[in-house]
Design a protein around this ligand. Structure first.
Ligand SMILES: CC(C)(COP(=O)(O)OP(=O)(O)OC[C@H]1O[C@@H](n2cnc3c(N)ncnc32)[C@H](O)[C@@H]1OP(=O)(O)O)[C@@H](O)C(=O)NCCC(=O)NCCS
Length: 186
């Protein structure tokens, strides 16, 4: 089930479209910058290899039994002047048929806290409500990523549906929750 009728969609200040080979270098720079500026400490940059975008475009890391057609990776461009400021990933129909999974949302630190993320997610929620049969949107967030937890709760993702992580707490340990927003399309 496609999220949008076309591969490109817009918000007031942004254009979002499927990535192509020309975007990879810009996005890799943004990725490095995000990791340099974040102190969640739980995923290493190595998980996002130097060819992350090229690899993900061709052969994304998907859950078992999910094909390439269920996955979308899109570049987020700010308008005037047009400039890539991040990317977003979706897995359609994961973990269940009527759920849209947001696999990633990354905004360049230079453009964080300027409401670009809120603008994108509000438009996404409206579009999912109006144009699809999805009943919920879910995503995973690390518990140490306070800014992101704050962001998602503000956007209405206020239901914890799953928890995973290390057995005991430690400064070198990780834990993650899956958050859900109910759309109410069913
Ligand atoms: C999380 C993220 C997507 C939010 O996008 P954004 O455009 O920066 O967010 P917005 O400007 O729309 O902010 C909306 C709310 O999110 C929260 N927030 C965003 N950035 C924050 C920060 N650095 N510290 C604390 N809260 C923050 C605030 O509550 C903010 O509301 P407020 O301005 O009224 O206080 C972005 O900061 C980002 O890419 N972070 C790094 C990667 C990441 O953690 N991705 C999410 C993984 S689940």
């Amino acid at each position: 089930m496609n999220i949008f009728e076309t591969n490109e969609w817009k918000t007031k200040r942004l254009s979002i479209r499927n990535i192509d080979g020309y975007d990879c270098l810009d996005l890799q720079t943004i990725l490095k910058s995000v990791f340099k500026n974040s102190n969640w400490g739980e995923i290493s940059l190595e998980e996002y290899e130097s060819d992350y975008f090229v690899k993900t475009m061709i052969d994304p890391d998907l859950p078992p039994n999910y094909g390439r057609e269920s996955f979308q990776i899109q570049v987020i461009l700010k308008n005037k002047p047009e400039k890539p400021i991040g990317w977003v990933e979706f897995c359609c129909g994961y973990p269940s048929k009527y759920t849209l999974w947001i696999g990633a949302l990354f905004i360049d630190p230079k453009y964080q806290n300027m409401k670009y993320g809120s603008e994108l997610i509000s438009t996404l929620i409206k579009s999912v409500k109006d144009n699809t049969n999805y009943n919920a949107i879910q995503l995973g967030v690390f518990l140490r990523n306070w800014p992101a937890l704050n962001f998602w709760f503000k956007m209405g993702f206020d239901k914890i549906v799953r928890f995973s992580g290390d057995k005991n707490y430690g400064t070198d340990k990780n834990s993650k929750v899956a958050l859900e927003l109910i759309i109410g399309n069913l």
